[in-house]
Design a protein around this ligand. Structure first.
Ligand SMILES: Cc1cc2nc3c(=O)[nH]c(=O)nc-3n(C[C@H](O)[C@H](O)[C@H](O)COP(=O)(O)OP(=O)(O)OC[C@H]3O[C@@H](n4cnc5c(N)ncnc54)[C@H](O)[C@@H]3O)c2cc1C
Length: 333
């Protein structure tokens, strides 16, 4: 049966700009989960998505109940299909700009945002949710980026099992990655920890030694593969090599938070990174502006991103209900 889609009404007669209850920027696990909650609350929702989810390089996704070892892109396609039951439109594109706008004097009171797509299309929203994810900035080592999402991995829970009992190298970004090596030791007895100059505490070093994890203090300069593109090992600064079936790294998480910053959402420096702050309902410091998923939290998990989006979607609906009550009372005079 063809889908019945209720497009939002233009805000003013003759205006080409449509007003939605909520515009969601980013249609990954977080953004689509929020859209589901809002759609089920009969909110009109526009999701604008650039189509580059963080885990797109991975063929399979793991640790996601009911979807273990399936394609991450299939999950999002299924999510989009589910949303067609509701008043949710999903549009491909990039949001280029956002601005807070004055509420229209002729319409109901409350915050409002204008969203501009790279196509030039404009939309108004009563609430704005930013769920734009983050970028993994990989260590600058030859050959490493080519293997990202295949032989080079990030999270022992997401990809560790696939390399159980295989030869694993951990390339550290800091001493904290000794813990990542210990998690991988749970899966394989053949783990080498490449410190890359990070200074380990005596306790961390003896913990690695005690569990048979080799500490390599020569710098890794290359990750190399065979002719078929399968990862074969790492090369060291003096030409030495370790054979490896998998390399685990700890990329720097760079949130896609420009839109939040443009709207002057408050941020705080934590662990050397400036993070936009949200409360447990995904509220930023700007009234009506919300954020969910990896843009405001770097946990590497689809279930976490879904939960963050779902809870934030419900919180936005509750916020709109409060506003609807105020507007209804005001209208009665
Ligand atoms: C290689 C790799 C493998 C992983 N494997 C797993 C795994 O097996 N299991 C697991 O649980 N987790 C895994 N993760 C983690 C998982 O990818 C993230 O936790 C999850 O994708 C976060 O969801 P999100 O919705 O916050 O962001 P994303 O999934 O990154 O989605 C954000 C979306 O916003 C869009 N966007 C960004 N800016 C704009 C803009 N201006 N306008 C419009 N759209 C925009 C992007 O194109 C993207 O589609 C993996 C991560 C990586 C890097």
């Amino acid at each position: 049966m063809p889908r019945r889609r209720r497009r939002p009404r233009p805000r003013r007669p003759g205006s080409a700009v449509a007003t939605w209850d909520v515009v969601i920027v980013g249609g990954g696990s977080a953004g689509l989960s929020a859209a589901l909650m809002l759609g089920r609350s009969r909110r009109s929702v526009l999701v604008v998505d650039g189509g580059r989810p963080r885990n797109a390089p991975a063929r399979h996704m793991h640790g996601v109940l009911g979807r273990d070892h399936t394609s991450p892109l299939d999950l999002l396609a299924a999510g989009r299909a589910e949303l067609t039951r509701y008043d949710v439109a999903v549009e491909s594109g990039e949001v280029a700009d956002v601005a807070g706008v004055e509420a229209d004097a002729s319409g109901p009171a409350g915050p409002a945002f204008e969203v501009v797509l790279d196509s030039g299309e404009r939309h108004l929203a009563r609430r704005l949710l930013v769920a734009t994810g983050l970028r993994d900035e990989l260590p600058d080592i030859a050959g490493l980026a080519d293997q990202w999402g295949r032989g080079v991995a990030l999270c022992p829970y997401c990809e560790g099992w696939e390399f159980r009992d295989r030869r694993i190298a951990v390339i550290a970004s800091s001493a904290a990655n000794a813990h990542q090596a210990q998690l991988l030791r749970q899966l394989s007895a053949d783990v080498v920890f490449c410190s890359q100059g990070a200074v380990l505490t005596p306790a961390a070093r003896s913990g690695l030694d005690a569990r048979g994890i080799v500490v390599e203090d020569r710098r890794v300069v290359e990750v190399f593969a065979d002719d078929g593109g399968r990862l074969r090992g790492i090369r060291l600064e003096d030409g030495g090599e370790w054979e490896a079936d998998a390399v685990f790294v700890a990329p720097k998480a760079v949130p896609h938070d420009d839109l939040l910053r443009r709207l002057r959402a408050r941020s705080m420096r934590q662990g050397g990174v400036d993070h936009v702050l949200v409360d447990e309902d995904g509220r930023t410091s700007v009234r009506g502006l919300y954020a969910a998923g990896n843009v405001v939290g770097s946990r590497s998990s689809v279930p976490w991103a879904m939960s963050s989006g779902s809870l934030t979607g419900a919180a936005i609906n509750a916020d709109l209900v409060d506003e609807d009550i105020r507007n209804a009372v005001d209208a009665r005079g």
